[in-house]
Design a protein around this ligand. Structure first.
Ligand code: APR
Length: 242
C-alpha cells in the first residue's frame, strides 16, 4: 500500500501545506472551514477562484506518481490511499486510488444549510468545470440545479465530516498490508494519519519517504529522507529487478 500526502505533488508544481511557503504558511486554515464556506458567499467565491487557479495551472503527474502506477501495473501495489485532492495519481495511471479527503475534480451538493459539518445535500455531482461554466455565465455562487442547495468541491474541509466509505476501505486495506509506504506526508492530520498507524499495529512494515522528519519516524521500519520524484523511481526499478 502507498499512503501519499501533498509532498508527492510538489514536484508537479502544487505547493504542500506545512513546508516553508506551504499553503497554511500563506493562508489561515480557519478561513477554509466547512462552516465558513456554508455561511459566506465571499468565502465560496474565493474558493472557486482558488480552484480555477489550480485548474489553469494544469498540473501534471510527476515521476513519483508514475512510479506508483508502474508498481500497481506490475502487481506489486494494491492501492494508493491519498490525502491529496489533485487527481494526479489517476492521471499517472493508478487505478485503485482511495481519496480519503475527496477530490477537487468534482463538485457536489451539500444541501441548503448543512450543520455540524455534514454535507447533507441531494445526490447531485458534476465535474468541477460545471461550476466554472456557471460562473462564466454570470452566476458567481452556483447552486444545485436539482434542489437549489449549496455546491462545494467534493473535498473534505476542516470542520467537515469525512466521507465514511473511502476511510473504511482505506482502513481495511491498511490492516491487510504487508508494507505501507508513506510518501510526502507530515503525518499530522487525523483521522488520515491513523491509517499508517493502524497498518503498523496490524503487522505491516512501515516505510516513510519524506523530505523532513515526521512523528512516525520513530516507529517506522525504514525512513528515507529525500524527494519523492528522485527516490521513488529508483526504488521501484530496484523492487522490480530493473
Ligand atoms: N518529496 C518528499 N517529501 C516532500 C516533498 C517531496 N518532493 N515535498 C514536500 N515534502 C514533504 C514536506 O516536508 C512535508 O513533511 O511532504 C510533507 C507534506 O506535509 P503537509 O504539507 O502537511 O501535507 P499533508 O501531510 O498531505 O497534509 C495532510 O492536511 O491541510 C490538510 O487536507 C490537507 O490533505 C492535507 C492534510
Amino acid at each position: 500500500m502507498a499512503f501519499t500526502g501533498a509532498g508527492i505533488s510538489t514536484e508537479s508544481g502544487i505547493p504542500d501545506f506545512r513546508s516553508p511557503g506551504g499553503v497554511w504558511t500563506r493562508y489561515d486554515p480557519r478561513d477554509f472551514t466547512f462552516d465558513r464556506y456554508v455561511d459566506s458567499a465571499e468565502v465560496r467565491r474565493n474558493s472557486w477562484a482558488m480552484r480555477r487557479e489550480f485548474f489553469a495551472a494544469a498540473p501534471e503527474p510527476n515521476a513519483a506518481h508514475r512510479a506508483l502506477a508502474e508498481l500497481e501495473r506490475e502487481g506489486r501495489l494494491t492501492a494508493v490511499i491519498t490525502q491529496n485532492i489533485d487527481g494526479l495519481h489517476q492521471a499517472a495511471g493508478s487505478r485503485n486510488v482511495i481519496e480519503v479527503h475527496g477530490t477537487a475534480r468534482e463538485v457536489m451538493c451539500i444541501g441548503d444549510h448543512p450543520r455540524a459539518g455534514i454535507a447533507e445535500g441531494c445526490d447531485f455531482r458534476a465535474p468541477t468545470t460545471w461550476a466554472f461554466e456557471r460562473i462564466d455565465a454570470g452566476d458567481d455562487d452556483p447552486r444545485c440545479p436539482r434542489c437549489d442547495g449549496l455546491v462545494k468541491s467534493a473535498t473534505v474541509s476542516f470542520g467537515q465530516a469525512m466521507f465514511p466509505e473511502p476511510l473504511e476501505v482505506a482502513a481495511q486495506h491498511a490492516t491487510t498490508a504487508e508494507l505501507l509506504l508513506t510518501i510526502g506526508s507530515s503525518l499530522q492530520v487525523y483521522p488520515a494519519a491513523g491509517i499508517p498507524e493502524a497498518a503498523k499495529r496490524a503487522g505491516a512494515a512501515l516505510a516513510i519517504l519524506n523530505d523532513e522528519a515526521t512523528p512516525f519516524d520513530r516507529i517506522a521500519d525504514v525512513v528515507v529522507r529525500g524527494r519523492a520524484g528522485e527516490v521513488l523511481p529508483t526504488a521501484v526499478a530496484t523492487a522490480l529487478g530493473r
